[in-house]
Design a protein around this ligand. Structure first.
Ligand code: UTP
Length: 407
């Protein structure tokens, strides 16, 4: 894109300020900024301050394989899961592209030390969880790690420094997700440097298209992977490629599965798995009416009882079928560092603008079906979003200790 073209498009969208420092930039920085401008998604920007309206269809309950059933059929599920793992059909994919702004770390979230008297990094603990499975299976599992432009080099350096925490390096591949420009509350593009738009990772919904863009789908096929288990970086207790979950999903004949936990009460702030016009879907807690949230079956159990915990398994052929389909864009208020008119870098203490994200929960709607698979919350759900309080480092440490992990 030339300077003239950039000027024209910026004018059209009321964003002329972006070229404020252009004449002072090196030729390389000028080119970088022009490229960034050419990549701005103007449709996203038009959503600043509003949410994309996604029509909600008719909602009905979706029953889960619950803990009782899992316990009764565990041997059968595990056998099917281990068989698929040993045949090399299962891969793990770690979503580690987020910025973890609520934690306020200046490094990738996976580098958080959850230990007290010893070090136990989040990344380390996730790798050990995965190795619990690979050591029983006697087979390594390919691990794809999604990072972002902002944390990719540091994440790789950290894994190198720690020798991949004992995981076979040849089975680990990193790929970088895409970025999206961020705006202030008036919808104006922010600059993080005189020659750089402020950008942030574009949400976890684009993981499969980013994997594909990075050329790793070839690796998936070459290895014969048929299922991918994706998981968040911050649930320190989660089981990854859990053979019983993998097996239950395969035996169900469905194209996807979700680990879920029973909500503590009708109003817990979790996305709930249900059916929407007969297809699986995650309804957010704020989208549920009081009547829906409180409705129960004949035994008095909540009808919409199961919340998702960002641990899903997808069949690769289905992912390939839906890749590229539009996912709704979520407009999220965040703290976005930026430079002011004088060129001073400002690191805001509270949210100062919007970023634009697509979310993996919206992929569930594109699946033909989905198996909700209940796990014991105290054993498998300890997300770390904040330092203290709900879903925090403090609460995760407590749960780890209750599960016998020495910290
Ligand atoms: P969160 O929604 O908790 O976002 O991510 P976050 O960016 O880590 O943290 P905050 O909201 O800024 O405090 C849930 C999972 O999705 C990944 C995160 O790394 C985490 O594993 N994620 C999120 C991505 O991989 N890319 C993104 O763009 C956003």
């Amino acid at each position: 894109m030339t300077r003239n073209e950039a000027e024209e498009i910026l004018k059209e969208h009321g964003q002329e300020h972006v070229l404020r420092h252009f004449d002072d930039l090196s030729a390389e920085a000028q080119e970088g900024l022009l490229t960034q401008i050419s990549e701005v998604n103007w449709d996203d920007l038009a959503l600043a301050g509003v949410q994309e309206k996604v029509p909600v269809g008719e909602i009905s309950p979706l029953s889960a394989v619950d803990i009782d059933e899992i316990n009764a059929r565990r041997a059968e599920f595990e056998e099917a899961g281990y068989e698929a793992i040993r045949a090399g059909k299962v891969a793990a994919l770690l979503l580690a592209g987020g910025m973890g702004t609520r934690l306020g770390l200046d490094k990738p979230k996976g580098e958080l030390n959850v230990g007290i008297n010893r070090t136990l990094y989040l990344f380390e603990s996730l790798i050990h969880n995965l190795m619990d499975v690979t050591s029983v299976a006697g087979k390594s599992i390919p691990l794809y790690i999604m990072t972002s432009e902002k944390n990719n080099d540091e994440t790789i350096r950290f894994f190198e420094e720690h020798d991949y925490f004992g995981y076979p390096k040849e089975d680990v591949a990193f790929f970088v997700q895409e970025m999206a420009a961020a705006v202030d509350y008036d919808g104006k593009l922010l600059l993080e440097e005189p020659g750089r738009l402020a950008t942030s990772p574009n949400g976890n919904g684009g993981w499969f298209s980013s994997l594909k863009k990075a050329g790793l789908l070839e690796d998936v096929h070459k290895r014969g992977v048929e299922w991918i288990n994706i998981f968040a970086v911050d649930n320190v207790l989660q089981r990854i490629c859990d053979p019983a979950f993998v097996g239950a999903t395969i035996l169900s004949g469905k194209v996807s599965g979700s680990k879920v936990v029973r909500k503590v009460d009708a109003y817990e702030k979790m996305g709930v798995l249900c059916l929407e016009d007969g297809k699986p879907s995650v309804v957010e807690y704020y989208e549920m009416s009081k009547e829906m949230a409180e409705s129960t079956d004949e035994k008095g159990d909540l009808l919409y009882a199961f919340g998702v915990i960002l641990n899903y398994i997808f069949r690769v052929d289905k992912l390939e079928e839906i890749v590229g389909r539009h996912l709704p864009v979520h407009v999220v208020e965040k703290k976005i560092p930026y430079i002011d008119e004088a060129g001073n870098l400002i690191k805001p203490e509270s949210p100062n603008g919007y970023k634009f994200e697509t979310l993996v929960v919206d992929m569930i709607r594109m699946m033909d079906d989905n198996l909700p698979y209940e796990v014991v919350r105290e054993k498998e759900f300890a997300p770390i979003k904040n330092l203290h309080g709900v879903d925090s480092l403090d609460s995760a440490r407590e749960l780890l200790e209750r599960n016998g992990v020495e910290l």
